[in-house]
Design a binder for this molecule. Sequence first.
Ligand code: DLL
Length: 435
Amino acid sequence: MGNYYQPEIETMPVEELKKLQSERLVAQVKHVYENVEFYRNKMDAIGLKPEDIKGVEDLHKLPFIEKDDLRDQYPYGLLAKPLSECVRIQSTSGTTGRRVVAFYTQHDIDLWDECCARAIVAAGGTKDDVCHVSYGYGLFTGGPGLNGGSHKVGCLTLPMSSGNTDRQIQFMTDLGSTIICCTPSYAAYLAESIHERGVRDQIKLKAGIFGAEAWTEEMRHDIEDKLGIKAYDIYGLTEISGPGVSFECEEQTGMHVNEDHFIPEIINPKTGEVLPEGEKGELVFTCITKEAFPLLRYRTRDICILSRKKCSCGRTHIKMSKPLGRSDDMLIVKGVNVFPSQIETVLMNQGYPANYQIIVDRVNNSDTIEVQVEMTPEMFSDSLSVVAAKEKELVAGLKAMLGIYAKVKLVNPKTIARSEGKAVRVIDKRNLYKS
Ligand code: DLL
């Protein structure tokens, strides 16, 4: 049996949990129908009344909501509470065209913090721990979420944010950090840096809480060995609240979804049909406790499997597998969500042809992205320094669009392989998703 932050909820018998979900779902549907025109219109369009939703068994009757809906309703269209009751926004990283802004009341923040506290306690955290949070702070949900969870548990919280590895390691050794929260790629980089500096014996870490991007079991073992810790996965997305939508327990065989707040479903991404437990498909979430920004049947585009197999930790909440892929073309590079279409927009705006390739790799545990673009025949005749200047211009354009550095390589006309079917735009050499 494990440690729980809220044992009565985390180990609640499944029948009771379903009852709780049903009550909360009914109230939530009423809340959004009354307060959000978007939901009212969507439900009216299919003749669905709030009273038609009597419990979780009726969930499938509700229409889906997708990222495009969020974009269309930006910024205030999905708010279900007056702005005067909202205390915070968080947003997805980097992207201008596809920015998602999520709103929180104080109650929403409290519940989110509790979800993260559950993850920290599941990783062995107590008030005696020193919790080192190296997720980014700011609009990104990683830092604020784990920070809030750490406070709830009563750990001494180090709000490090990302970057400045020397300072990270110094605080870690001086203050005796015992739990580290960051992306798995940064954890691997930190592990390497700690070894390089020869300070491994001064590190007191016992656990890591890693998420926000895909990572493999091999990477888990590597980080665990190098740092002498147990590495736990944590999942979440800005739209649904942030980290802590689900988290791993000591069994390390999937992440328990905080089902008292989020109802997960798996659907066939092509037909929208709900699939039975154990089948692979797109993960959909319904928020049943959020006040300000409650999404119902939100399509995450993450491909997963759900399982209610009994877990040795004693938690009854359903487990989701690590995401096994995406049903759209979104890439996560250095923790930033990148859509190939954004890159194409920048290229087109600067007069390049649609012959390009995006190559993503991981070098020394850090993601790299290179965009190879064909020059037009006119550009080709230019001198080397002109080409270099053009590359620089594209790098700046991409930085403005994506928020990260992408290397640019201009190549000769007609050198990028043409395809007879769908163009292969993205080559991801990281092989992060395994099925
Ligand atoms: O990445 C929230 C988060 C912060 C989760 C810190 C965990 C730790 P977004 O930036 O909105 O939010 O990105 C959400 O990231 O749909 C997944 O595709 C991916 N993702 C998140 N966690 C994992 C994970 C945060 N553990 C998107 N494994 C999601 C694989 C993950 N992919």
